[in-house]
Design a protein around this ligand. Structure first.
Ligand code: NDP
Length: 301
C-alpha cells in the first residue's frame, strides 16, 4: 500500500463518520458517535502453543510459496512446529529462506529451500518436480507468494498490472497445477491460498492486486469443487493489514489511519495468519472446503 491509499483511507474515514450511515444506525446512540468502540484497542498477545492432537501433521509434507519472509515464513514454521516437513519456495532471498529451513530442521522435520519464480510456468514445473522427488509426496500446499505494485488505475502501468497478476494469481495456478497429482494421492490433501481483504472489498490503488486476490478466491472455490471427490480441501485465507516487509513502507501516520479502519484497532501479526493456516491444514478442518477465512481484525465485517 502506498501513500495514495492512505490519503483515500483518510477520506473514507471522514465520509463514514458524517455520512448517511449515521442517521440509519439501528442503535439509538444519543451522543455516541458512529464508530465509537468500548475501551482501548487490544494489543496482540502471544499465540498459545496449540497442542491439540487434531493439529498433528507428523509425516506430512507442506510446500509453502513465499516461505522465506513474513506470512509465509510464519506459516512454514507453524506447520513444521506441528510435525510437517516443509519445502520453502522463495524468489531471491536465499539467506532468509535458508534461515527458515534451519529453524524448521531444528524442530525435527525435513526442510529444504527452493529458489523459484512462481510466475514462470516452466521453472515452477521443474522445481515442483524436484520437490516431489525430494520429499516423495506432498500433502499441503500453501500458495502465499505475493507482491504489490500499487497505483491508482489512472496511473497504473500495464507492466505493473501484468506482474501482479502473474505472481499472485498465475503463480498459484502454476504451483497448484504442477503439484496436483501428488496432492490428489494424499489422504490429507490441503490447498490453502493466501488471498486478501483487498480481493473482497477492493482497495484504492490496488486494481491489479485486488483483481488477482479476487481471482484467487474464484480459483479456490472451483478447485475445491474439483478435488472434493478425493477428500482434498481447498480454502482461502483473506488477511487484512498484517505487519510484514510488504507493509513496512507505510509511515506511522499511514499505519494508524489504516488501523483506525480495523475494529480491533491494530495490525495483525504473521503468526495470526499462520494459526488459521495451521487449522485449515489440519484434520480438524477436514470438512471445510471452498471457504474464505478472513483474518483481518474485522476490517471487512
Ligand atoms: P512479504 O513481502 O513479506 O513476503 C513475500 C514473500 O513472497 C517472500 O517470501 C518472497 O520471496 C515471495 N515472493 C515474492 N515474489 C515471488 C515470486 N515471483 N516467486 C516466488 N516467491 C515470491 O509479503 P507478506 O508476507 O506480507 O505477504 C504474503 C502473502 O500474504 C502475499 O500473497 C500477500 O499478498 C498476502 N497478504 C499480505 C497482507 C499484508 O498486510 N502483509 C495482507 C493481505 C494479504 P523472497 O523473500 O525471496 O523475496
Amino acid at each position: 500500500m502506498n501513500r495514495q491509499n492512505l490519503e483515500v483511507a483518510d477520506q473514507v474515514q471522514v465520509t463514514e463518520a458524517g455520512g448517511p450511515e449515521a442517521a440509519a444506525s439501528p442503535v439509538d446512540a444519543g451522543s455516541i458517535p458512529v464508530g465509537a468502540t468500548c475501551g482501548k484497542p487490544a494489543q496482540p498477545t502471544a499465540l498459545p502453543d496449540l497442542d491439540l492432537p487434531g493439529l498433528d501433521l507428523s509425516g506430512r509434507t507442506a510446500v509453502v510459496t513465499g516461505g522465506s519472509r513474513g506470512i509465509g515464513r510464519a506459516i512454514a514454521l507453524a506447520l513444521a512446529n506441528h510435525g510437517a516437513n516443509v519445502a520453502v519456495i522463495y524468489a531471491g532471498n536465499g539467506p532468509a529462506a535458508h534461515q527458515v529451513v534451519e529453524l524448521a530442521q531444528a524442530m525435527g522435520v525435513s526442510a529444504q529451500a527452493y529458489r523459484c519464480d512462481v510466475a514462470d510456468y516452466d521453472v515452477s514445473q521443474e522445481v515442483c518436480d524436484r520437490i516431489v522427488k525430494d520429499f516423495g509426496s506432498i500433502d499441503i500446499l500453501v500458495n502465499n507468494a505475493g507482491i504489490i505494485r500499487d497505483n491508482l488505475m489512472l496511473r497504473m502501468s500495464a507492466a505493473d498490472f501484468d506482474e501482479v497478476i502473474a505472481v499472485n494469481l498465475k503463480g498459484a495456478f502454476n504451483v497448484t497445477h504442477h503439484l496436483m497429482r501428488s496432492l490428489l494421492r494424499s489422504k490429507h490433501g490441503r490447498i490453502i491460498n493466501i488471498s486478501s481483504v483487498s480481493g473482497m472489498m477492493g482497495n484504492p490503488g490496488q486494481a491489479n492486486y485486488a483483481a488477482a486476490k479476487a481471482g484467487l478466491i474464484g480459483m479456490t472455490k472451483t478447485v475445491a469443487r474439483e478435488v472434493a471427490g478425493r477428500a482434498v480441501t481447498c480454502n482461502a485465507i483473506a488477511p487484512g493489514l498484517i505487519t510484514t516487509d510488504m507493509t513496512a513502507a507505510l509511515s506511522d501516520q499511514a499505519r494508524s489511519s489504516l488501523d483506525a479502519l480495523v475494529p480491533l484497532k491494530r495490525a495483525g501479526q504473521p503468526a495470526e495468519i499462520a494459526a488459521a493456516a495451521l487449522f485449515l491444514a489440519s484434520d480438524m478442518a477436514a470438512y471445510i472446503t471452498g471457504e474464505v477465512l478472513r483474518v483481518d481484525g474485522g476490517m471487512y465485517i
